[in-house]
Design a protein around this ligand. Structure first.
Ligand code: GDP
Length: 177
């Protein structure tokens, strides 16, 4: 268990940069929709219902903040890559996330949740570019690792490491085990 994470509580859903909390420190979780981001947050916080609050209709396109106490936060960024999304929604997404990365003095790192079977997508690359533009470290959770055999999972991880070099640290992850 990561210290503090078990204390996570839903704080606020924000659709505009001016609603973002201003002080403290946070790490942000991003990922393609269905990659397993909510499951990863819930597992790491040991709270099965936690990120469900960010999946309620109307909140999936918002930035959701969870407080860990003492000014620490986990941020759940809107999932990206829905097949049926209008251009205006996609623009809103890019603007909101761009604002998020540019305005967050409190941001300390990006956790990118990637389905180990799908590898890195263009959306993931865009998130990495946002993080790199402001000098943030990126750590990749290659999740659903339980869905592959051990050898296949190791190969997938090697491929991602080869693509990214020292731009990000990478680990396998499973919300099940
Ligand atoms: P999100 O849209 O990125 O928040 O994705 P979810 O966390 O809702 O997960 C999408 C689907 O993948 C759900 O059916 C989860 O139960 C499943 N899932 C998520 N993580 C894992 C995992 O580590 N292993 C397996 N086997 N299934 C997972």
């Amino acid at each position: 268990m990561i210290p503090y994470f078990h204390r996570a509580q839903f704080l606020i859903s924000a659709g505009k940069a001016k609603q973002f909390p201003v002080t403290g420190m946070e790490v942000a979780f991003a990922g393609r929709s269905n990659a397993g981001k909510s499951s990863a947050i819930n597992t790491l916080c040991d709270n099965k219902g936690l990120a469900r609050s960010s999946k309620t209709p109307g909140r999936t396109q918002l930035v959701n903040f969870f407080g860990l106490g003492e000014g620490l936060r986990v941020t759940d960024l809107p999932g990206y890559g829905y097949a049926q999304v209008s251009d205006s929604m996609r623009e809103h997404w890019a603007e909101l996330l761009g604002d998020y990365f540019r305005s967050r003095q409190s941001l300390r790192g990006l956790l990118l949740v990637v389905d180990i079977r799908r590898k890195i997508t263009d959306y993931d690359r865009q998130m990495m570019a946002f993080a790199e533009a402001v000098g943030l470290p990126v750590h990749i959770l290659l999740t659903k690792a339980d869905k592959l055999k051990r050898g296949q999972a190791a190969t997938a991880m090697l491929e991602v490491r080869k693509e990214l070099g020292d731009r990000a640290t990478v680990q396998q992850f499973s919300a099940l085990n």
